[in-house]
Design a protein around this ligand. Structure first.
Ligand SMILES: *[C@@H]1O[C@H](CO)[C@@H](O)[C@H](O)[C@H]1NC(C)=O
Ligand SMILES: *[C@@H]1O[C@H](CO)[C@@H](O)[C@H](O)[C@H]1NC(C)=O
Ligand SMILES: *[C@@H]1O[C@H](CO)[C@@H](O)[C@H](O)[C@H]1NC(C)=O
Ligand SMILES: *[C@@H]1O[C@H](CO)[C@@H](O)[C@H](O)[C@H]1NC(C)=O
Ligand SMILES: *[C@@H]1O[C@H](CO)[C@@H](O)[C@H](O)[C@H]1NC(C)=O
Ligand SMILES: *[C@@H]1O[C@H](CO)[C@@H](O)[C@H](O)[C@H]1NC(C)=O
Length: 357
């Protein structure tokens, strides 16, 4: 006779075998057919527990119970109040006429599986099984490093996570603007990356328990492009400022030229000031020789670009503008030209008065 002939009743079979080894069950106990045994073998709802938590396994007893045991698969944890398990996390909570309860502390993934309470009454054995399901919060274990690539490169980001149930992965760009991606893959492909796709990217791994979020930065390098320069008109002796603006990654370095000649900060009355994307060439006191054509060159490791701007002369207001009436405003900076105009006025008045003498 084979107690364990049928695979489908293997749990019950193991339990019976275990109990027989314990001399809990008389060897001559008849083996019931599967249909008949259903009433004696209860399956309780699954118990879902998070890693690290404590789980209580409660088994109803009854007056007629003679022997009882809790098993983890086929190994006995407790036979009555005798502890068989060497695992210190497993302890007895209650053994009474009503219940036989043990607890497992600090539950971990290997504890997942079927647990069986075997109960022997005067006439026949019965089992109650419960399945412990252990959940583990997601944890991102591998994420691509921050990267700097040249524009046009194919970029593949990677995000691997552990967890139970298996976490789902989602991708987002956080900055400069928030952008979601349909991809639910561990890999995010960005073909032929453009400068507009640079920024901070976020990988989220989520399951029923919680989520884990991590970010990485993508820098996209590209050669400079300069904005069209604006010509600047300045009066002799005034301050003049030429501006040059460049987009580039990494930021551009600026060079200023007049014709073929490089201008540097040491030049008298000239200052070059670079702040991020902007370069300013300042003439503190424009002289006649300063008027001309200037070229700004923006350079980074990927290339260069240039634009030319003209510093041209603006003539001071003349006497004719002064004679237009009281509305005309005289320039505050009146040296030579001012005295010249008053002399003219004097001449006009004198010539008009002369004939009356
Ligand atoms: C219990 O968990 C097992 C294994 O995950 C599953 O096959 C079964 O359907 C679950 N039963 C219930 C009642 O949820
Ligand atoms: C249950 O059995 C499994 C497999 O043998 C083992 O890894 C786990 O530690 C056991 N858990 C308890 C609480 O006995
Ligand atoms: C990027 O991928 C495309 C398509 O797979 C390929 O044709 C191209 O050569 C790749 N570019 C680089 C820079 O590797
Ligand atoms: C500007 O330069 C001219 C000629 O060199 C000089 O006469 C004048 O005083 C200067 N003005 C200022 C504000 O430095
Ligand atoms: C200024 O110089 C640049 C470079 O030499 C030249 O291309 C441009 O035509 C010049 N602009 C003017 C207004 O002369
Ligand atoms: C400015 O750019 C033009 C092409 O855009 C190039 O031919 C020229 O050599 C550049 N000039 C300088 C001074 O870099």
């Amino acid at each position: 006779m084979s107690v364990c002939g049928d695979f489908a009743v293997s749990w019950r079979c193991l339990v019976l075998l275990s109990l027989r080894l314990l001399f809990l069950v008389p060897a001559g106990l008849p083996v019931r057919s599967q249909g008949d045994s259903q009433s004696d073998n209860k399956v309780m709802d699954n118990i879902t527990v998070r890693q690290g938590e404590t789980v209580f396994l409660r088994c109803p007893q009854g007056n007629a119970v003679t022997h009882t045991a809790w098993l983890n698969r086929s190994s006995i944890l407790y036979a009555g109040e005798d502890k068989w398990s060497v695992d210190s996390r497993v302890t007895l909570v209650a053994l009474t006429q009503e219940e036989f309860t043990i607890k497992i502390e600090n539950v971990d993934v290997p504890d997942e599986g079927p647990y069986i309470c075997a109960v022997q009454t005067r006439s026949r054995p019965r089992t109650t099984s419960v399945h412990i399901i252990v959940q583990v919060p997601p944890r991102i274990v591998k994420l691509s490093n921050d990267i700097a690539v040249n524009e046009g490169s194919n970029v593949t980001l990677m995000c691997f996570a552990n967890g139970k149930p298996e976490p789902t992965i989602s991708w987002r760009r956080l900055s400069p603007t928030v952008q979601g991606f349909a991809s639910e893959d561990e890999y995010l492909e960005i073909p032929a990356i453009s400068r507009h796709k640079a920024g901070t990217y976020e990988c989220t791994a989520a399951n029923d328990v919680s989520l884990d979020v991590q970010t990485l930065d993508i820098i996209v390098n590209y050669p400079p492009s300069v904005l069209e320069g604006r010509d600047v008109g300045v009066t002799l002796g005034q301050q003049g400022v030429l501006q040059c603006e460049a987009e580039a990654e990494p930021l551009a370095k600026f060079e200023w030229y007049r014709d073929d000649k490089r201008i540097s900060n040491g030049f008298d009355g000239i200052e070059i000031e670079n702040t991020g994307r902007l370069s300013m060439l300042t003439f503190f006191n424009v002289s006649a020789t300063d008027y001309g054509n200037y070229t700004c060159v923006a350079v980074n490791k990927l290339g260069s670009a240039n634009t030319s701007v003209v510093l041209y002369e603006v003539i001071e207001p003349t006497s004719s503008t002064l004679l237009q009436g009281p509305g005309a405003v005289q320039d505050g900076n009146s040296g030579g030209p001012g005295t010249h105009t008053s002399a003219c006025l004097w001449l006009v008045i004198v010539t008009q008065l002369l004939p009356k003498f």
